[in-house]
Ligand binder design. Sequence first.
Ligand code: 5AD
Ligand code: SF4
Length: 499
Amino acid sequence: MMDLLIPDKTHDESRQGEALMLNAETAKNNGRKLYIESYGCAMNFSDSEIVASILAERGFETTTDHTLADVIFINTCSIRENAEQRVRNRLKEFTITKVKNPGLVVGVLGCMAERLKSKFLEEEKLVDVVVGPDAYRDLPNLIDKVDDGQKAVNVLLSREETYADISPVRLNSNGINAFVSIMRGCDNMCSFCVVPFTRGRERSRDPLSIEAECRDLFEKGYREVTLLGQNVDSYKWSPTQTLPGREGLEKAENQKVSPTGGDLEGATTNFANLLERIALIDPDLRVRFSTSHPKDITDEVLHTINKYDNICNYIHLPVQSGNSRILDLMNRTYDREWYINRIDAIRRIIPDCAISTDIITGFCSETDEEHKDTVSMMDYVKYDFAYMFKYSERPGTLAAKRYADDIPEEVKQKRLTEIVAKQQEYSFYRMQARIGTVERVLIEGFSKKSDKDYCGRSDQNAMVIFPVGEGYKPGQYVNVLIERSTTATLIGKVIPQTP
Ligand code: 5AD
Ligand code: SF4
């Protein structure tokens, strides 16, 4: 018999009792090895770093070799059916590891865990633990249950959890770029999207804790942070709002401080204010962010990007479709004209801004004419980059309930092939336009193909390749004169810094 545990989240032990328990547990787990594999969006990769931190506190070490692991976690994505299939295939590969090591704990984290809940345990016998994105603090407890021979599930979603006080363990880090989560969940309810169901209600993280994390990264030598949220433009934090956990709230009420320290007096912080706060940490700390939402991106945000050289001129602004009827069915809450207005605002306020997008082809009832509107939107914007997908119906979403997934697979594929080809043209066009310009590049390391070349990104997020040379190394900025390009890469040489 499987014993499914839905543990409660409140801990009433005294602080001292907690410390003793923590010591005992840390000793028990000392040297146990954790292997984490992440799928899907940047937020999942960032969450895995929070998970590693929670378990490091309890004595676990991370390993990059799953055959050495005592605990294997897969942090999963549900956004499209093929993302879920990839996870299931990967789980099968771990069966052999489990046969060799019967004490191995296998856990599924993230969106698929939240979507399938305890059903996962029935469908995949290998799995011992199923944990949703808001329940990671409970992981040590859940691993204990598995050690005691039970299976364990915690998929409670929270309205408050932001993991604000947890300092992530950087996994697979180059020590130069880091993701920093600024909010969780999504309230938008795009009709095709499973995220509001798997990641819960939108909540913003205390700005002081975000600033402290970014400052700490800078002091450790990091030179670029990417602020992450499903819709960063709806970031909103007011000093009086509920803080993570009852304890944090009580402390803040009593002392008028944030749970991570600092003064909480003052006005509400919006995304423009937050960007400015992070940009002011140091001019050598580059700030990126993702994802922007066309309905919420304000001119104030655009002016802030333009005001600070270290906020990168690059905006990922998913359009999804160029047709107003389809946008309405998608529940995107903007139409074609509104989106074009936002593109025009970006071009006007930030003269040299790269723009990328997400596009879905073959959404329910999309006609050829409506698809052409997406193509003409691409002609209008000439995106620097695009992520393009065929519509994949997700169980439980508004679209799955209301509309038939009625576009034949071949038509979805034909439309996708067409826009992929179109995007290749525009990516190349944008790259070619940089030839002869001088780009400020943050060196990230050797290029993938050769250790005679370095690679790094330009302000506009283009990958730049140039020869390794004396006097500069990863983590430093260099000026690169662009001499040629492919569709995805700029190639050039370093020129002396102008004073
Ligand atoms: N089918 C296809 N693509 C989807 N996306 C989200 N849900 C679906 C779906 N059901 C795409 C959107 C979103 C990106 C992260 O994934 O374009 O912006
Ligand atoms: Fe999904 Fe829309 Fe939220 Fe993005 S904004 S996560 S597409 S519901």
